[in-house]
Design a protein around this ligand. Structure first.
Ligand SMILES: *[C@@H]1O[C@H](CO)[C@@H](O)[C@H](O)[C@H]1NC(C)=O
Ligand SMILES: *[C@@H]1O[C@H](CO)[C@@H](O)[C@H](O)[C@H]1NC(C)=O
Ligand SMILES: *[C@@H]1O[C@H](CO)[C@@H](O)[C@H](O)[C@H]1NC(C)=O
Ligand SMILES: *[C@@H]1O[C@H](CO)[C@@H](O)[C@H](O)[C@H]1NC(C)=O
Ligand SMILES: *[C@@H]1O[C@H](CO)[C@@H](O)[C@H](O)[C@H]1NC(C)=O
Ligand SMILES: *[C@@H]1O[C@H](CO)[C@@H](O)[C@H](O)[C@H]1NC(C)=O
Ligand SMILES: [Ca+2]
Length: 530
């Protein structure tokens, strides 16, 4: 009885160390012989630091060029340690954050010291994989000589195009970020994906006592799966049902923004700045490739991680159906129902409905039109139209770099409303322009025209239609004439010969001066005694 219980327990342990969702398919025997059964599947967790590429900013932040001396917070008056980039034994380049340390030899990246205080000592460490990954355990960063007093961990899910904060770290969260200090264990299931500031990893406890800064993944999983992660089914159920939960653990890039180094539990001592710097010996990133539950293997190919897609899917993350397997639109596999999930396999086009109507994945419904005797796709999506959804709707054109079954096969014409005759375009996206307009979208004017909610012929310009008599051309729209001229090109004097004009107002200053001088001369001539 007891033995049996122990055995069952052992089986259970085996199953949980093997992990769920490790098989994409298996051969099962039925009455009609052996058939393949397909399951939702995912690759095993791996140490992603082995595949990580690192960039450190600003460029001169790594110590040793030129060589410099430093000391430690615990030994502040023994500044005899040296960092020298040209000496392999004394160099501290970025790759020492991800190396395999042999024979217990500690290797670490180190920055210059805070010699330019009070200017802040800032450094960014960007880590990228060119692959979507999902965290499976805590990120752990090991700092030699003390953990930073202020730091931010950022993540990107789109290969570095956009970034978001992942967690804030400070010895005083209110002071540094105006955020209340939290711990992951303060979080409830409803706010588990909240971005928090924590003081847990930034306070001074001695640089040897506590070197690690973590981004807690295990503690977050534990909220659903229990403290020893014994109930993973519950976690996987939440992964499927709770909005944003899977995305929270997903990333393609990470960035550490180091904002203030360890201070040794006191204020900055300006007379010894050689003891302030950052030094990281290891960055651990336990994660698995995100394959949308369509692959159990993820291999390095041409330098990048790549899911080995099953279920007739393809793409770096198995995020598409293979060509010819788009009878219905692509779906990620599902963790539910436990234990084996649902593979949401891509199926060969045409097979489910029985008829042979290819809709290139833009529709999953066909209908027979009696009087034409044809089968046609119904409600083509993605701006397609036609019997097989093989054309683009009016106002859209064919994306030359996309397959017919691609969701982005039709691109909006985007014709400029003012410059074009209508909102349709030709096969390469060119719109039909009104007179004077040009450009693929008709949002430009031909030479000799100016843009003002459409193209209009120039009134004036620098070549053919010059403003005359000192007039200046305003945006090709009108001549701004000097006061004594008028007309479209200022070609007409205001005072035409023979007309009576107000002389004073139109008198040129130079002419006025000349007149005044002549009068004075005359006066002098009459007054002078002969
Ligand atoms: C670090 O990255 C942030 C965000 O892109 C940027 O604003 C900052 O200037 C960078 N700092 C350094 C030292 O390069
Ligand atoms: C990223 O990976 C994809 C797919 O493996 C590859 O086509 C692309 O060239 C890679 N990009 C970089 C910058 O390495
Ligand atoms: C999360 O929710 C719990 C209980 O609902 C609350 O006590 C806690 O303060 C919340 N945490 C954050 C960071 O909002
Ligand atoms: C993928 O397509 C091939 C060829 O039609 C088929 O033999 C195989 O069973 C399909 N795989 C899945 C998981 O449906
Ligand atoms: C055209 O198709 C390619 C391949 O799917 C896609 O990457 C690109 O974004 C599409 N272009 C537009 C403008 O939608
Ligand atoms: C679309 O119009 C542009 C400009 O008139 C022309 O160069 C291009 O060849 C046309 N494309 C097609 C497919 O007709
Ligand atoms: Ca190391």
């Amino acid at each position: 009885m007891l033995l049996q219980a122990v055995f069952l327990l052992l089986l259970h342990c085996l199953a949980s160390t093997l992990g769920q969702y490790e098989l994409c398919k298996s051969l099962v025997s039925t009455d009609e012989g052996s058939v393949w059964e397909h399951y939702a599947c995912q690759p095993k967790p791996a140490s992603m630091k082995d595949y990580m590429r690192i960039k450190v900013d600003p460029p001169g932040i790594t110590c040793g060029n030129p060589p410099e001396r430093f000391c430690t917070l615990e030994n502040p008056y023994l500044c005899s340690d040296e960092c020298d980039a040209s000496n392999p034994d004394l160099a501290h380049p970025p790759q020492l954050m991800q190396d395999k340390e042999r024979n217990g030899l500690l290797t670490y990246w180190q920055t210059v010291t805070w010699r330019r205080h009070p200017e802040p000592l800032l450094a960014n460490i960007t880590m990228f994989w060119n692959k979507s990954l999902e965290l499976t355990d805590d990120i752990q960063i090991t700092f030699e000589y003390g953990r930073p007093t202020i730091m931010i961990l950022d993540k990107s899910m789109d290969h570095g195009r956009s970034w978001q904060p992942y967690q804030y770290y400070a010895d005083d969260c209110i002071d540094a970020f105006n955020l209340p200090p939290k711990r992951v264990r303060d979080l409830s299931p409803a706010n588990i994906t909240r971005v928090i500031c924590t003081e847990q990893y930034s306070r001074w406890v001695g640089s040897k006592n506590e070197k690690n800064v973590k981004f807690e993944v295990r503690a977050r999983f534990a909220v659903f799966a229990g403290p020893r992660l014994q109930n993973m089914d519950s976690l996987y159920t939440r992964m499927e049902s709770m909005k944003g939960l899977r995305d929270f653990f997903t990333f393609t890039n990470l960035r550490l923004r180091l904002l203030r180094p360890a201070l040794g539990g006191t204020y900055v001592q300006r007379d010894n700045l050689l003891k302030y710097f950052y030094a990281i010996s290891n960055i651990e990133v336990p994660a698995r490739c995100k394959c949308n539950l369509h692959a159990s293997q993820c291999l390095l190919q041409d330098g990048d991680l790549q899911c080995q897609c099953e279920h007739n899917t393809t793409g770096q993350d198995c995020q598409r159906c293979k060509k010819g397997f788009k009878a219905k639109s692509w779906k990620a596999g599902s963790y539910l129902p436990v234990p084996n999930g649902n593979p949401n396999t891509c199926t060969i086009a045409g097979s489910p409905s029985g008829s042979n109507c290819e809709c290139y994945g833009h529709s999953n419904r066909c209908s027979y039109i009696d009087y034409l005797n044809i089968v046609t796709c119904v409600s083509c999506k993605h701006n397609t139209r036609g019997q097989n959804c093989q054309h683009c709707r009016l106002g859209y054109f064919r994306n030359a770099s996309a397959e017919l079954d691609d969701e982005s096969v039709c691109i909006e014409c985007n014709c400029n409303q003012m410059g074009s005759v209508h909102d349709r375009c030709n096969g390469t996206g060119f719109c039909q322009c009104k007179d004077g307009a040009t450009g693929a979208k008709c949002d430009d004017c031909l030479p000799g025209y100016y843009w003002k909610q459409g193209c209009y012929p120039n009134v004036c310009d620098e070549e053919m239609l010059l403003c005359q008599n000192g007039g200046t051309c305003y945006q090709s729209q009108k001549c701004i004439c000097p006061p004594e001229f008028k007309g479209v090109l200022c070609q007409q004097p205001r005072c035409e010969a023979g007309k009576d004009c107000n002389a004073a107002s139109s008198l040129h200053p130079a002419t006025a001066t000349l007149l005044l001088c002549t009068l004075l001369a005359l006066l002098l001539a009459t007054l002078s005694p002969h």
